[in-house]
Ligand binder design. Structure first.
Ligand SMILES: [Zn+2]
Length: 323
């Protein structure tokens, strides 16, 4: 039986429920359009968008990035098929269900989810326009995060798909030598371009931490993921990090030369991510996506106010704070 747009199935038990596929697609499209600004998701960190626009101006790099993304995706898929396990309804069903939930929440197609035997606290995503996106969870992160936190991790990775980051991330991976070609590529890029890519990458991570919070069952889970990334997690104790102590640590970081260790990094220091997540937890936009998570008496801030706070939290140098 072929279902096409506007085809209705007459099933008595479902009478009264609209199962018109065309209407469903229409609703998804309208929902997606309602949550887009400048062609990207409305929750994206403004610096992510600004720096992406700068990258797009670099001659031929966008098209090169696209080609790299397609090839990297195919290569990674082969490696994962040989060395990892694909989650589905019959294995890792809980993680599979979380992935379906997150994809539905953000309005993207359901990605493949692989579990890779590696004890690091890590996860990553490959995507291109041509095939189903792939999310990889390391076994270490599955073992050491709670179910609620894992949903935020998966939501974060779905955020990379939703924001179409992979095209740009493929170049960041090349620069990091993931594909063993860093020497070749670096010869064509100026130092300032390399730093631009890495600065964009750090901003993109803030965007996806927000996606993780939008997909969360509890806002606190999204913040505790970043706390655990900061201290590493323990088997026999939970630790509650103090946000004021973290702010003092960030002040100290900003005033010393140790900030230079972050210049070449693709991810913001974890303490910055904790504080940026905390700022987004009070953003009115979060509760437009998830009104049911709003608590009585909450004082909310606009997206612009939260972006300005996050720009300060993530700026390595004073000159970058007002970007
Ligand atoms: Zn990420």
């Amino acid at each position: 039986m072929r279902l096409t747009s506007n085809t209705m199935i007459d099933i008595p038990a479902l009478s009264g429920i609209n199962i018109d596929f065309g209407a469903y697609v229409d609703k998804m499209r309208r929902n997606d359009e309602a949550h887009r600004v400048n062609g990207i998701p409305d929750y994206a960190f403004s610096l992510d968008y600004k720096l992406r626009e700068e990258i797009r101006k670099i001659p031929f790099f966008y098209s090169l990035s696209k080609r790299v993304a397609v090839q990297a995706e195919a290569r990674q898929r082969q490696l994962l098929t040989a060395g990892a396990v694909l989650a589905g309804p019959n294995q890792f069903a809980d993680l599979y269900d979380m992935t379906q939930d997150c994809a539905k929440r953000l309005g993207i197609g359901s990605p493949n989810l692989y579990i890779l035997n590696n004890q690091a606290l890590n996860a990553f995503t490959y995507a291109s326009d041509t095939v189903t996106p792939t999310i990889v969870l390391y076994s270490g992160i599955v073992e050491r995060m709670t179910p609620g936190e894992l949903k935020c991790v998966i939501g974060h990775e779905c955020g990379h798909v939703h924001n179409e980051h992979s095209v740009y991330m493929s170049i960041v991976d090349l620069l990091n030598g993931v594909f063993g070609s860093v020497g070749t590529l670096a010869q064509f890029l100026s130092a300032s371009t390399v730093l631009l890519y890495r600065q964009w990458s750090r901003a993109a991570e803030i965007t996806c931490d927000r996606a993780g919070m939008i997909c969360a069952d509890r806002v606190e889970d999204a913040i505790s993921v970043n706390k655990k990334l900061a201290y590493g997690t323990f088997i026999n104790r939970e630790e509650t990090l103090d946000l004021e102590d973290l702010r003092r640590q960030l002040d100290e970081l900003s005033q010393t030369a140790s900030v230079f260790t972050e210049v070449g990094s693709t991810h913001p220091a974890s303490i910055r991510r904790v504080l940026a997540s905390d700022a987004f937890s009070r953003c009115e936009l979060l509760y437009e996506w998830r009104p049911e998570l709003k608590k009585p008496g909450m004082v909310l801030e606009t997206k612009e106010e939260v972006d300005a706070k996050c720009a300060k939290i993530t700026a390595l140098f004073k000159e970058q704070q007002g970007r």
